[in-house]
Design a protein around this ligand. Sequence first.
Ligand code: ATP
Length: 221
Amino acid sequence: MALRIEATGLSVSRGDMLIFSNLAVSLRAGESMVFTGANGAGKSTALRALLGLVGPTDGTALFFDSDDAEGRPLAPAAHYLAHQNAMKPELTARENLTFWQKMMGDFAGSTGLDITEAAEAIGLSGTLDLPFGYLSAGQKRRIAFARLLVAYRPVWLLDEPTAALDTAARKTLTKLMNAHLGEGGIVIAATHEPLGLANQQALEFSGPRHLGADPFLAEAF
Ligand SMILES: Nc1ncnc2c1ncn2[C@@H]1O[C@H](COP(=O)(O)OP(=O)(O)OP(=O)(O)O)[C@@H](O)[C@H]1O
């Protein structure tokens, strides 16, 4: 399956601020991209725009599952790991992962790992039956990452995936992200630190610009 993502001319404005404009992403199976830039530069907004969670003012973002397929919205083909972990604190890690596995289901005939295998992969087998709320910040992030493993999706959109992680856990995540790429997946990550991804392109965000002050400025970029 020669899948790919094509985003062209993607622009987002909020109020009188142009967050970014003319964003282009072209990635094929096995390729990755990192979004870099200062706090508030627009990296998270770009991930959300690719997913369709933020309406772009212009441009398109499409997923193709083969060379001759029609482009489709990206969201059903993607996992989105946001800043927040999207886990209920009163449920155990296992219960949370079971919920996500059932909720997301299979994709195009491919299944994820079982919960125990996913916990082993992120090195947290011992904490599966603790309430998620009891876990440390790094343990929570790792369980949130395990969600990507229990339901298969070819595209991973990750917002600072290694936030709160120790060195060993970062290495584990890098290995898992590269394994996903090696199996023909695609990874796009917003990050403040090097992730060590294979086949990586980088895109630096320069930050929002005022549209309001000069009525001709909006035309300029
Ligand atoms: N309604 C709005 N009007 C003006 N600016 C806005 C509005 N909503 C969001 N913004 C700005 O959009 C920008 C986008 O932030 P975003 O979360 O995408 O940045 P980021 O690069 O992911 O930052 P970080 O590294 O801190 O996570 C911020 O500068 C924010 O202040």
